[in-house]
Design a protein around this ligand. Sequence first.
Ligand code: ADP
Ligand code: MG
Length: 701
Amino acid sequence: MPDVTHENIADIFGSKVFNSGVMRKRLPKHIYASLLKTIKEDLPLEKNVAEVVANAMKDWALELGATHFTHWFQPMTGITAEKHDAFINPTEDGKVIMEFSGKELVKGEPDASSFPSGGLRATFEARGYTAWDPTSYAFIKGSTLCIPTVFCSYSGEILDKKTPLLRSMKVLDTHAVRILKLFGKDDVKKVTTTIGAEQEYFLIERDMFKERKDLILTGRTLFGAKPPKGQEMETHYFGRIRGRVAAYMADLDKELWRLGIASKTSHNEVAPSQHEMAPIFTNTNTATDHNQLVMEFMQRVAYRHDLACLLHEKPFDFVNGSGKHNNFSMSTNTGENLLEPGDDPVNNKQFLLFLCACVEAVNKYSELLRITVASAGNDHRLGANEAPPAIVSIFLGEQLTAALKSIETGKPVKEAKDLVLEMGVSTLPKLIMDATDRNRTSPFAFTGNKFEFRMLGSNQSIAGPNITLNTIVADVLGNYADVLEKADDFDTALDALLQKSVTENKRIVFNGNNYSEEWVEEAARRGLPNLRTTPEALAEYTSDKNVKLFARHNIYTPAELDSRYEIHLDEYSKTINIEALTMLNIAKREISPAVVTYTKEVCDTLLAKKSCGDFIDVSAESTLAERLSQLSGKFIRSIDELEKILAGAQDTASAQAEATYYCDQVIPAMEELRKFADELESLVGKKYWPYPNYEDILFYI
Ligand code: ADP
Ligand code: MG
């Protein structure tokens, strides 16, 4: 594989992907045409196609050095799964030939018993199926041909994140096309949702990572005293990218470009050692697969550079954590972005309809959107003045808010003139100002021609949020289409419909500071839900409204939704349990011995000095010894307390009660233990401390 240079970047891009260009070259014309129809028009795959495609795929993969293939799928763990099979097939003469059949391409039968199923499957009911998703291109990773697949159980229940995502995209397509027909756009055959997922991450020295059991086992630091310097100087955001990080980013880009992932923007983020990558948007299915690969390659490439990439939502206290911005829009097969306001948004009825549909969807199902970003890791960020609060609201900006007001009241909006930014220097170009300023604090912000859902955690799959987003917007569009298709006069009916929608859903629009205390109060007055923690949010998951929504659109059966509820609760409880156990382990086996050794050193010095005679001042040693022993007493008692409380989790009556117990009882006990450990860290000599501290880690590379 040649190296990437500016001369060959266009050739290298997608060179490890069995994309439409490769297909066109390597497949017979009619097979290529048939596969393209499947991909572009969602038609079922014709029988003979798979066999021919499999063979072409295999030849292509072998030429690029592949020896194995795998069905690559996305179980409910939130990450990807793969089981490698070599292409080899034995021959009679004791040799092998390289083979790959249509059947192997289309269907796999992995053991499904060890993946989360939320009670849908018992361990003995092991059989599961994977099935080829021809709408996401196959690619080569290492020496393995990866075939994106969906994953379900023997009895057909879905066990993955891709199947419901594809279903939700289809539902949105159906209803958006119905709407566009009403606007006379008969040439629109398909509407696809598009996503650009900005990904934040931390990069730290690998040697330091290896010294921290908490980072290795839980992805975040469970201890760590506040460093003298954090992010208060505001020098890191968009700061100069230092050499080692730049080399890492360049290497990451090359890997991603080969996989056809259009990594576009890289920069330093707010916290020290924190960075971000944004790709160019693509359809939601591909964007979801790509984001999984982005997270995987961020970690792989870091390893190669003796670095560790941390994707946890809150690796360090005292500085910002990491999130993911899910930029969402809808686009037609004729190339129209349905959230593009155009020159005259106020009179662009089609745009206003799609905008109102999003507003209504988010207002009606704000709990559900909140649930899709609920996790133990993300609980550290939401509402902590570094990411949006747990209250879902929409930022539209002045111009669109005025447009909605005009729809509601029927009074026209004042003409907005282009505002020119005057820089006071005649040689500088005049800048036309955007209609609205940015609002970084909003959970769901309109940003020109798309919505940016900003509550996602850095570590999570974007599938969940987009399944919900697609389904709720589709639901509203479907309702609109039902009304408008029956209308005698389309324009009058449309005006009435939009007016009703704006009036009923305007409470969700908030253009102010989402971090402020006043907003929490105002949101409560507006009746907007504020689901602060994961257990609180998950408790709403299987509400009647949500069960009906997903069943109505055939996304999840009630049993499938229930299973997801169970899986998320279980994941939450297990995460906190592992964190608590890791804390206890580090406290007892690393911190305690360090404190004992250092205290002995102080006491030995005290005794030695004392033995020299009364004329020597021992106040420093005695004060230190006193503080150390007082603190370590409290520390040991908080270890006992956490152990006792943790044991109590066994006695909870249900998965929901268990998660709530971890949240309300175990987390505060963990915080108490950390407090004493961190105080000890700032008192004990550095060379005695068992692991690198925050300033070592955050300011090293
Ligand atoms: P910022 O969040 O800093 O304003 P950008 O405006 O550069 O960033 O865009 C952020 C992300 O939004 C990028 O990944 C970009 O590709 C994506 N994006 C742009 N247009 C669309 C669209 N129509 N649909 C989905 N994502 C989009
Ligand atoms: Mg953004």
